[in-house]
Design a protein around this ligand. Structure first.
Ligand code: UDX
Ligand code: UDX
Ligand code: ADP
Length: 467
């Protein structure tokens, strides 16, 4: 019986996942640890609107479980010592140096965790990989734990997380499935069962599937690759729609009604972002190449190439539509987050579109309901394409949309926040420079209504002037 769980890494995955595990297992103590003190302080803050990540419903879950059986701490050693099960939920970004630079996952944070667990543990532990990892990482983890430890026994499980940001709490509360990979010998099976029983507190048994470790690790990469591929596929069709007179929303609806295809994840957009899709596909491509499977690698790499193309194409469309110059023109960005209902901006299309327009000397004005100015500046600075002073001069951040759009030459919608649909678009139009251009990178507005107001409206995958 597991009585104490520790989770290393209090980020977008570790925080919400552990909050829900604690909520549903009041008899298990769950301690989430992180080396980042500011993050832990924010998780512990009295004011629930100051949690380090924004997720609908997260505040209520934390309010109920925190202090009861959910704890946030920087004392990693203590949490490791006291727990029978340790989740590793640290970040695994794409490598920015050395072998596999720009492609492989950087496992240094995982390895540091493993070494720390090996050093501290004095009793047997079940170690659970929660971070997305390349196939066969558990082998490396096992080797570190078994060879550098204090002679205690470790069981390693893979339990990939499938939650999407913005819907993390509802995804966790009613998951499509829970996947647990583990060893098939007696000890492995016992470890798998221990984790199964934690999820069984709220997930129906038939939705909890167990596999070997490698299948579990590869399933996570495959799921993200398939999802991203759907977005790139519909985005590829969007350009064809624009030149042929088809409407990508109609095409998506028509194909989505085929039950073999399904209607979800077919929304054409300015391009996918987020911390997972690109990273996981690059990782998949790297693994395939490392086994010499070049056709497999090329096939999946095309999903990324298409996505980069889509982001660029959007920026280019703004430029060409505005008479090939945006120099000195105010371009209002609605949204910066990579999708609605999150404050996460990792790999957000907005960053790349802004960068391309800054190259053309645009004055970019941004409003996002959840992303702070410093984050936007950091995102652009991390591209290393220009100096901080140039970023600050080129990007101004607004907290109110009508001021944002005042005297703008164009509006670009980068994130599909619901509130954008509710604005007084007539008033926005009246205060803009004319012609007033509107580039809807998420197809959230009704183009006909916008044209009736007076906007020159451009959606994704919606053709203009073709009958
Ligand atoms: C297809 C479309 O399904 C149908 O909607 C369209 O009208 C005509 O083209 P069809 O070619 O008759 O129909 O058969 P389908 O069942 O789609 O199979 C096509 C090929 O894909 C077959 O060789 C089949 O064996 C193969 N296939 C299908 C797989 O290898 N794996 C699968 O999961 C599904
Ligand atoms: C994804 C997976 O969905 C999740 O299962 C996995 O655990 C982590 O990676 P996430 O990145 O949080 O989750 O969000 P997701 O909803 O998948 O969106 C990713 C990106 O694709 C966003 O930028 C979104 O705007 C874009 N997208 C999604 C589209 O452009 N069109 C769509 O139809 C769906
Ligand atoms: P994810 O989206 O995968 O949850 P995040 O970057 O949001 O990624 O969260 C990962 C967290 O892991 C960060 O808060 C980071 O400080 C933490 N972390 C990384 N390495 C360690 C470590 N060795 N010990 C404790 N925490 C760590």
């Amino acid at each position: 019986m597991i009585k104490n769980i520790c989770c290393i890494g209090a980020g977008y995955v570790g925080g919400p996942t552990m909050a829900v595990i604690a909520l549903k297992n009041p008899n298990i103590n769950v301690t989430v640890v992180d080396i980042n003190k500011n993050r832990i302080d924010a998780w512990n803050s009295e004011d629930l609107s100051s949690l380090p990540i924004y997720e609908p419903g997260l505040d209520e879950v934390v309010a109920e479980a925190r202090g009861r059986n959910l704890f946030f701490s920087t004392d990693v050693d203590k949490a490791i010592t006291e727990s029978e099960m340790i989740f590793i939920s640290v970040n695994t970004p794409t490598k920015t140096y050395g072998k596999g630079k720009g492609m492989a996952a950087d496992l240094k944070y995982i390895e540091l965790c493993a070494r720390q667990i090996a050093e501290i543990a004095k009793t047997d532990k079940i170690v659970v990989e929660k971070s997305t990892l390349p196939v066969r990482t558990s082998e490396a983890l096992k080797s570190i734990l078994d060879n550098t430890g204090n002679g205690v026994k470790f069981q390693i499980l893979s339990n990939p997380e499938f939650l999407a940001e913005g819907t993390a709490i509802s995804d966790l509360l009613s998951p499509d499935r829970v996947l647990i990979g583990g060893g098939t010998d007696e000890e492995g099976t016992n470890a798998v069962n221990a984790l199964v029983s934690i999820y069984e507190a709220w997930v129906p048994s038939d939705k909890i599937i167990t596999t070997n470790v490698w299948s579990s690790e590869l399933s996570k990469l495959t799921a993200n690759a398939f999802l991203a591929q759907r977005v790139s596929s519909i985005n590829a069709m969007s350009e064809l729609c624009e030149v042929t007179g088809a409407d990508v929303n109609e095409v998506a609806k028509a194909i989505g009604m085929d039950s073999r295809i399904g209607s979800k994840f077919l929304k054409a957009s300015v391009g996918f972002g987020g911390s997972c899709f690109q990273k996981d596909i690059l990782n998949l491509v790297y693994i395939a190449r490392s086994y010499g499977l070049n056709q497999v690698a090329d096939y999946w790499e095309q999903v990324i190439i298409m996505n980069d193309y889509q982001k660029n194409r959007f920026a280019k469309k703004i430029l060409t539509t505005l008479y090939n110059t945006v120099s000195g023109k105010k371009i209002a960005f609605l949204g910066w987050a990579f999708k609605k209902d999150t404050n996460d901006t990792r790999e957000s299309a907005a960053i790349y579109v802004a960068d391309a327009l800054l190259d053309e000397q645009a004055n970019i004005a941004v409003y996002d309901p959840k992303v702070v100015k410093e984050q936007m500046y950091n995102d652009l600075a991390n591209l290393n394409t220009r100096k901080v002073e140039e970023i600050e001069a080129g990007i101004s951040v607004f907290s109110e949309v009508y001021e944002l759009c005042k005297d703008a030459h164009a509006i670009a919608i980068l994130t599909e926040w619901d509130e954008f649909k509710e604005y007084d678009w007539k008033m926005i139009y009246e205060n803009m420079k004319k012609p007033a251009f509107l580039f809807d990178g998420r197809n959230i507005l009704n183009g006909e209504n916008m044209e009736n107001i007076g906007f020159v409206y451009n959606g994704i995958g919606i053709s203009k002037n073709i009958e």
